[in-house]
Design a protein around this ligand. Structure first.
Ligand code: G6P
Ligand code: MG
Length: 212
């Protein structure tokens, strides 16, 4: 086998939460009178909550204190967490589920490497709470993607060296983080367009072909 472990980004790879992020950020943007659309929302993939807010504030003319920023970001997260309660195992596609099971049966160690502090909730909602051998997320890192920390923590928890890990990502920040961690990366969606994605996945199950 080319790799011993596969580290998956969560949002945009295993399941899709962008529309929930969008709705929650839209509420905050409307409150501030800032223009916000799906194109801006797409720029928030893979980066932390506060960094996302800073991008939204590029369209804001006024002055906003750090304390206010913290309050808006906390409010966004409360809205987002309520929306996540609508998620269920139906939000995990058969293709993703079957591919993950096949990879596990083939002997790969499987982990999550996500910038989200809500990764545990999302995994629980979609029925994957106990599926992965390790979960590295926004709660155990001090720097988010494109910093490699989240993936290095996953490789450490799995006890598999970076060169034996493959990362699966949908965000450019995540592809850069994988490269910085010294890991090969398979890109899906937008990330497949990056030169740093060694493998370009048209669909999730293409993974079964590239890891052989
Ligand atoms: C993922 C998403 C980002 C989000 C980040 C933090 O990486 O792609 O859009 O900003 O997680 O999520 P959180 O749930 O901690 O706000
Ligand atoms: Mg993602």
């Amino acid at each position: 086998m080319k790799y011993k472990a596969i580290i998956f980004d969560l949002d945009g790879v295993i399941c899709h939460t962008d529309h929930y992020h969008y709705q929650a950020w839209k509420h905050i943007a409307d409150k501030l009178g800032v223009y916000f659309d799906e194109v801006i929302n797409n720029r928030l993939r893979g980066i932390s909550r506060m960094e996302s807010f800073e991008i939204i504030l590029e369209g804001y003319d006024g002055i906003i204190s750090d304390g206010e920023k913290m309050r808006y970001v906390a409010e966004k997260n409360e809205i987002y967490k309520k929306l996540l309660l609508d998620m269920s195992p139906k939000d995990l596609s058969d293709e993703v589920k079957e591919t993950l099971e096949k990879l596990k049966n083939q002997g790969f160690r499987l982990a999550i490497g996500s910038s989200s502090r809500n990764a545990g909730t999302i995994l629980r909602q979609i029925g994957l709470a106990r599926f992965f051998d390790a979960v590295s997320d926004g709660n155990n890192i001090s720097k988010s993607k494109p910093d490699p920390e989240v993936f290095l923590q996953a490789s450490h928890s799995l006890n598999v060296p970076p060169e034996d890990c493959l990362v699966v990502e949908d965000a450019r920040a995540g592809v850069e983080a994988a490269a910085a961690a010294g890991m090969d990366c398979a890109g899906i969606g937008d990330a497949a367009k990056s030169d740093l994605s060694i493998y370009k996945l048209n669909t999730f199950s293409d993974l079964l072909r590239v890891v052989q």
